[in-house]
Design a protein around this ligand. Structure first.
Ligand code: PEP
Ligand code: MN
Length: 291
């Protein structure tokens, strides 16, 4: 669990009892676009705004991001809405500029194995969202996070974003099993990204909910007012009405998970209370029944 300052004051806790929603476009495409999205996702209850200014595109001919101009727009959106921002760093040379304009540094799937970049980011005091490479085992993913921790940066979230498998019906296979495993093996908060994890906007909502039920501390999704016109990742991007549906379900499932957690905590404290008097506890007590 750790805290990140909110641009307009206060702090956002990551990995605590409150699960977080990170939403925004794949790429920052212009001032109006990012402002409009920031206002909408804030109004629906998101705590963080995502958006790439430097984009790691598979094809060098595709839109590569607005670069520094995108960072200025992202900062403006953060200052207006109070959303904490996250954007991708692809190379060490961009680090100082990005650190000035964004609150959290994203290391993308393609750079999870870039150890010099991880070491460099590990020496900053900026929180990091580390995405799992589509070719990484859980063990390799955790070792990548240790490059950041070893350099002294402990504010790291792990993001499960799907891995490459033989199946092409989805863009990636969202590895839901990795979520409770990461939670067991590491103290770091875990975020689920069902947008990249599926590549299909029609199944982003159920997979976001599945990720939360599996134990994720938050969700990251791509949102755009007109996904068909998005300059990147439109097929996996939610429009505003679908983002509202997601937020309704997100809030309902968070309430349910919280109630269940309180119930288990109460049961555990009742079980550990010493029984009063000299009477032996009845044979039907939970511990004895379980043994
Ligand atoms: C992104 O978040 O837009 C992105 C490029 O993600 P990934 O690195 O997981 O492909
Ligand atoms: Mn994307």
């Amino acid at each position: 669990m750790f805290k990140i300052p909110i641009p307009t004051g206060g702090e956002l806790t990551i990995g605590g009892p409150q699960k977080i929603m990170i939403a925004g476009p794949c790429s920052i495409e212009g001032r109006e676009q990012i402002l409009q999205i920031a206002r909408e996702v804030k109004a629906q209850g998101a705590q963080m705004l995502r958006g790439g200014a430097y984009k790691p595109r598979t094809s060098p001919h595709s839109f590569q991001g607005l670069g520094p101009q995108g960072l200025f727009y992202l900062k403006e959106a953060a200052e207006e809405t109070g959303l904490v921002t996250v954007t991708e760093v692809m190379e060490p040379d961009e680090l100082d500029l990005i650190s000035k304009y964004a609150d959290v540094l994203q290391v993308g799937a393609r750079n999870m194995f870039n150890y010099p970049l991880l070491k460099r980011i590990g020496r900053t005091d900026k929180p990091v969202l580390l995405k799992r490479s589509f070719m990484a085992t859980v063990e390799e993913f955790l070792l990548a996070s240790e490059y950041l921790l070893k350099e002294g940066n402990h504010r790291v979230m792990l993001c499960e974003r799907g891995i490459r498998t033989f199946d092409t019906i989805t863009r990636n296979t969202l590895d839901l099993a990795s979520i409770p495993i990461l939670k067991k093996m590491s103290p770091l908060p875990v975020i689920v990204d069902p947008s990249h994890g599926t590549g299909r906007s029609d199944i982003v909502i159920p997979m976001a909910i599945a990720g939360l039920v599996a134990g994720a501390d938050g969700v990251m999704v791509e949102v755009h007012p007109n996904p068909k016109k998005a300059l990147s990742d439109g097929l996996q991007t939610l429009d505003f009405p679908h983002f509202r549906d997601l937020m309704d379900q997100f809030q309902a499932i968070c309430r349910y998970i919280e109630t269940q957690a309180q119930r288990s905590a109460r049961a555990a404290s009742e079980d550990s209370r010493p029984s009063s008097g000299s009477q032996p506890s009845p044979p039907s007590s939970r511990k004895e029944a379980a043994s």
